[in-house]
Write a protein that binds this ligand. Sequence first.
Ligand code: GDP
Ligand code: CA
Length: 328
Amino acid sequence: MTANSATQAPTPLPVAPRVVALAGGVGGARLADGLAQVLPPENLTIIVNTGDDFEHLGLYICPDVDTVCYTLAGLSNPATGWGRADETWQALESLGALGGPTWFRLGDRDLGLHLERTRRLRMGQSLSLVTQHFCRAMGIGAAVLPMSDDATPTWVYTIEGDLPFQEYFVRHQCQPKVTGFRFEGAERARPSPGVLEALDRADLVVICPSNPWVSIDPILAIPGIRPAVQARRVVAVSPIIGGQTVKGPAGKMFLELGITPSALAVAEHYAELLTGFVLDRVDENLAEQIQALKVQTLATDTIMKTPLDRARLAKEVVEFGLRLSHSS
Ligand code: GDP
Ligand code: CA
């Protein structure tokens, strides 16, 4: 019997490699979930951006870590990619009726997690410890590591002034024209426990199809992480398909920074780190220019609509990565 890739989960990888994924929120979580489907849990570490984290309503919110955890646990809202399925909004309605801020959407179920995380952080637990506890409670086997336990808030420089990331992203709906970014305090931050160890042991590092500017660059800005990534075999998956993002402002950011958004632009952005690059079939015409950067390419279907799409892409990415010769 032959497997039909459209309807059946891919068979597990024969010899399980150790994989570290770098991820932001929605795009990162999709591929991370695919990797979790095809690798044994002990072989997968996901290092997640915490540059989006902020305090709101007295609570400590970690949008990308939560998106990754909810997705891996099968709790995420499939319509949005962020937040939880079966969500209700009564707390937010009550808050709004009292004149409180409702621009950042927090559902009732989601709020429970933020309350408990904030309580634990106030007791002195580190973000990585709290995340580890939550993963265990949600039945997540892979290691989900916040990039750092030190706060490194992302600032978006715009022609209308400097904005904290969530103000730019949610309150201003990514409208102000971007001129640059700052990862505040990153130069003094330390990678969270286990991050450098996982990178040192990795057979392959996968840069998920996350926003290069505000999801992956903040991770690489933590001292020690970039050189540890660069020492490994690294494959990135393009978040830009046919010059467009699937979702979010990555394409708009490239344009506003004077770069035509494309899979090539993403490959150039990461070039010095890359061994291989995965681009969508629709961008196959760019493969030659990417190979000219001394980066090997794989063109395949990279839109992940279903859990099966995620697993199929993850398996292709890992198999491609392991085939690559690596010389650094
Ligand atoms: P955020 O933190 O929620 O903004 O999420 P990420 O930074 O992890 O992901 C945002 C990026 O994911 C966007 O640039 C999207 O184009 C990309 N993305 C979302 N879904 C997909 C998908 O199915 N395939 C690919 N290739 N990219 C995706
Ligand atoms: Ca994010």
